[in-house]
Design a protein around this ligand. Structure first.
Ligand code: UD1
Ligand code: CA
Length: 480
């Protein structure tokens, strides 16, 4: 028998959200609520000891978190949090597996819970020899939450939990809320589950009623206050969720600042929980760092840049308004302003991508530059290449994508179009304004444009001609 298993309640619909998406799949800090809770659970139990109770849109919820490897228990009909645990008990009975000695129950909609608090709670549960330990908080406004009734002020013992809708008038002001996070002695919990009734305001089986049932049996039920109020807050409405999202981003910014990252006006930045940034990097106001983004040391990310799932080396300069998605940028590269790096962009050491340059599936070598107004897609570009203003790769023929290969030290003149598939050999030159449809050998000059024709004095002659015609017309009208 293992010491500890975790059950995460995630079967509810989230009616108060008024959303088609299941509640636990709504995102804060760039990640679904349920994934945050699973991450916390994994810090204290083996993945195969974690069970998510799913029900509303079960398949969709499972698909979204399957990669974590947790187990699932189906609660086909959502008849309350107590009913959810009845399903867990039934699942153990059915499979014949021995349940863990203790069960930590987490709520899929209480995503800010800290591993350290869970550790503290588990230790408290053991030390108190409790059958049930309830994690609590005293928020400024307890409305909506179940209230924990202690045996007396300051006592660890609890006599019961009363849901908001079932509060008696004299209980309305009880300040201590139930976080929906509990530690149970599994056998004690399972022994009470069949006694739960639905004679309450919601007509549901409340897990919270187990507290009073245990007390009646003479078992010990205790409460422990969490470290902070935010970490036990639930996300039942979009507004509550956005509050937690902001709290999580502030936390992410704080974590990075503690590691030596300078973030100006951190409250204006949107930083996802998993983002990593090296020391001495400076993040300017209104920057978004999202997903699995990793940024090295000594970089500067200027305002209004949005960097998603990308990796930046050390000493990279991202000027204002750049958009990066699934890109990799090497040390000392400079981007923008307004560069757009789409998926598969690999930008070499010290390379420059300037104003309004768009890249997609491009490998660009060391020190290469495309400083103005270019589209570079499906291309392999060597080192020391200079792509002139307005030069583009024509990678798409309407049906297929083709590759443009540009060797080391190539110079592509401004406003050239490189019609792929095409290869420019090392050190080749392409004259400005060329349309390149054939391979250019190394060191060759390619001109792919019509010859310039210059007609001397053409404009002056034309003007004189027009003036003569105008005079004649005037004379004619005077005579007539
Ligand atoms: C619950 C607690 C309340 C506590 C609050 C803290 C009960 C009866 N009440 O209320 O005391 O203050 O959490 O956030 O437990 N779920 C299922 N199956 C169901 C119903 C719910 O899996 O049949 C899941 C939900 O998806 C959710 C969690 O359980 O993740 C809590 O359910 P919710 O309806 O949000 O409970 P609250 O009203 O917030
Ligand atoms: Ca809730």
């Amino acid at each position: 028998m293992s010491e500890l298993g975790v059950v995460i309640l995630a079967a509810g619909k989230g009616t108060r959200l008024k959303s088609r998406r299941p509640k636990v799949l709504h995102e804060i800090g760039g990640q679904a609520l349920l994934l945050h809770v699973i991450a916390a659970a994994r810090t204290i139990a083996a993945t195969d000891e974690i069970y998510c109770v799913v029900g509303h849109e079960a398949e969709r919820v499972k698909a979204a978190v399957e990669k974590t490897g947790v187990g699932f228990v189906l609660q086909a009909e959502q008849r309350g949090t107590g009913h959810a645990l009845q399903m867990v008990k039934a699942e153990f009975a059915l499979s014949g597996a021995v349940p863990p000695k203790n069960l930590l129950v987490l709520s899929g909609d209480v995503p800010l819970i800290k591993p350290s608090t869970l550790q503290r709670m588990i230790a408290f549960h053991a030390e108190q020899r409790a059958a049930m330990t309830i994690l609590t908080a005293v928020p400024p406004d307890p409305t909506g939450y179940g209230r924990v009734m202690r045996a007396s002020a300051g006592a660890a013992e609890v006599v019961g939990i009363v849901e908001q809708k079932d509060l008696k008038p004299e209980q309305l002001r009880s300040p201590e809320i139930n976080s929906g996070i509990y530690c149970f002695e599994t056998a004690a919990l399972f022994a009470q589950l069949d006694k739960l009734q639905t004679n309450n305001a919601n007509g549901e089986f409340y897990l919270t009623d187990v507290a009073a049932l245990l007390v009646v049996e003479g078992r010990r039920v205790v409460a422990l206050a969490g470290d902070s109020v935010d970490e036990v807050l639930g996300a039942n409405t979009i507004a509550e969720m956005m509050y937690l999202d902001a709290a999580m981003r502030v936390e992410a910014a704080r974590r990075l600042m503690a590691q030596g990252v300078t973030i100006f006006r951190p409250e204006t930045c949107v930083i996802d929980a998993q983002v990593e940034v090296g020391a001495d990097t400076v993040i300017e106001p209104y920057v978004q760092l999202l997903g699995t983004t990793k940024i090295g040391s000594d970089c500067r990310v200027r305002s209004y840049s949005v960097i998603q799932d990308s990796t930046l080396g050390d000493g990279v300069l991202v000027r204002n308004g750049c958009v990066l998605d699934d890109a990799a940028v090497s040390d000392g590269a400079q981007l923008g302003p307004y560069a757009h790096l789409r998926p598969g962009s690999e930008i070499g050491e010290g390379a420059h991508l300037g104003n309004f340059v768009e890249t997609k599936k491009v490998r660009m070598g060391k020190g290469s530059k495309a400083n103005h107004l270019s589209y570079l897609g499906d291309a392999v570009i060597g080192a020391g290449v200079n792509v002139g203003a307005g030069a583009i790769t024509c990678n798409y023929d309407g049906v297929h994508k083709h590759t443009t290969t540009i060797g080391d030290g190539v110079f592509v003149g401004s406003d050239s179009t490189l019609v792929a598939p095409v290869t420019l050999g090392n050190g080749a030159y392409v004259a400005a304004g060329s349309c390149i449809t054939e391979d250019v050998p190394a060191s060759a000059l390619a001109l792919g444009r019509s010859r310039q024709v210059t007609k001397p004095e053409w404009v002056a002659n034309k003007r004189a001609e027009r003036e003569t015609q105008a005079k004649e017309a005037l004379n004619k009208s005077l005579r007539g």
